[in-house]
Design a protein around this ligand. Structure first.
Ligand code: NAD
Ligand code: LMR
Length: 339
């Protein structure tokens, strides 16, 4: 009625209905690196997610401010900020999902592997704490180089006796987000309808979009496929160069991280047919970790899905990426076991 509309607008009623939390179980999500370029918008997006009941924001500094700010948003979750290592345990305790965007980003001219020396140690120490305080949490690893930080996490968890391959994920959703955007632009199809699997890893040629499987189908030429593949592989570098020394993708990454965490939460809550690409322990190739489509469920990974039919161009891309991906994985394992 008109009277009702004066007290609550149509838009805000819709928002309230979408954010209704009645049926959703309690879920705690922790973000490690929450005061950073990714961490802040990701904190915002997770605050908007009605599946979250507790949002725990951790960083070495700055999180009380981020938490106070985000906590004023009138959505379901209770927000708490934790700063400094002595508060890490409290930040993690009881978490169902831990998202890790902690670490340094690239500057122009750097590869993701150039971040290894700093980020490997950060990831190792954060994963040591996860093993202690929330060993059953699903871990969403964003920190680069993902091709090495995921194996580092696995080794840390193995040493602690808490490793469950179903609960460790390298977040490659941004590659999928980019592939969808670039494909839709070239194929002139509605971007919200597009599905494109992206497999392999998360650096340069290890990122392999399977454009032959993209839907809605479009008759793209071989040259167009090559251009789209390379743009997806170099998407991160495109942003690093455009930001000209001020870091790498943060906003699109926060969006992608929020999509992936939401899929993990839906899986935990028993929603059927939740499928996302992720870099996980895998038998899809001879490598111990590989990104492919993964079905998410109540225990994390329910099923690692195969590659499906590949074009000749994709077969060549797959062959070409394996040696680099193998050496990045081995570098991570070696670091975790030698330091
Ligand atoms: P940033 O420098 O803006 O933020 C990083 C945050 O991590 C900072 O707030 C910093 O204080 C925090 N941090 C550092 N050490 C920490 C520790 N020991 N514990 C907790 N927090 C710690 O960087 P950013 O732009 O947010 O990027 C973060 C990481 O994400 C980088 O490694 C970047 O390469 C990576 N990244 C990955 C993807 C992907 O697709 N997986 C996409 C974009 C960026
Ligand atoms: C990305 O793909 O945007 C991230 O991995 C950040 C980077 O360094 O490119």
């Amino acid at each position: 009625s008109v009277v009702r509309r004066t007290s609550t607008s149509g838009a805000s009623r819709l928002t309230r209905r979408q954010f209704s939390s009645e049926a959703a179980p309690e879920r705690k999500v922790a973000i490690l690196g929450a005061a950073g370029g990714i961490g802040q918008p990701l904190s915002l997006l997770m605050k908007l997610n009605p599946l979250v009941s507790t949002l725990s924001l951790y960083d070495i500094a700055g999180t009380p401010g981020v938490a106070a700010d985000v906590s004023h948003i009138n959505t379901r979750s209770q927000v708490a900020g934790f700063a400094g290592e002595d508060q890490l345990g409290q930040a993690l305790e009881g978490s169902d999902v831990v998202i890790i965007p902690a670490g340094v980003p690239r500057k122009p001219g750097m590869t993701r592997d150039d971040l290894f020396n700093i980020n490997a140690g950060i990831v190792k120490s954060l994963c040591t704490a996860i093993a202690k305080y929330c060993p059953n949490a699903l871990v969403n690893m964003i920190s680069n180089p993902v091709n090495s930080t995921v194996p580092i996490a696995a080794e840390v968890f193995k040493k602690a006796g808490t490793y469950d391959e179903k609960r460790l994920f390298g977040v490659t959703t941004l590659d999928v987000v980019r592939a969808k955007t670039f494909y839709a632009g070239k194929a002139k199809v509605n971007v919200s309808d597009v599905i494109v699997p992206v497999v392999g890893g998360h650096a340069g040629i290890t990122i392999l979009p399977l454009l032959s499987q993209a839907t809605p189908k479009a008759n793209l030429s071989d040259e167009e496929i090559v251009v789209l593949t390379k743009r997806t592989q170099d998407g991160g570098t495109e942003v690093v160069e455009a930001k000209a020394g001020k870091g790498s993708a943060t906003l699109s990454m926060a969006y992608a991280g929020a999509i992936f965490a939401d899929a993990c939460l839906k899986g935990l809550n028993g929603v059927p047919d939740v499928v996302e690409c992720s870099f996980v322990q895998s038998n899809v190739t001879e490598l111990p970790f590989f990104a492919s489509k993964v079905r998410l469920g109540k225990n994390g990974v329910e099923e690692v899905l195969g590659l499906g039919p590949l074009s000749d161009y994709e077969k060549k891309g797959l062959e070409a990426l394996l040696p680099e991906l193998k050496s990045s994985i081995e570098k991570g394992i070696k670091f975790a076991n030698s330091s």
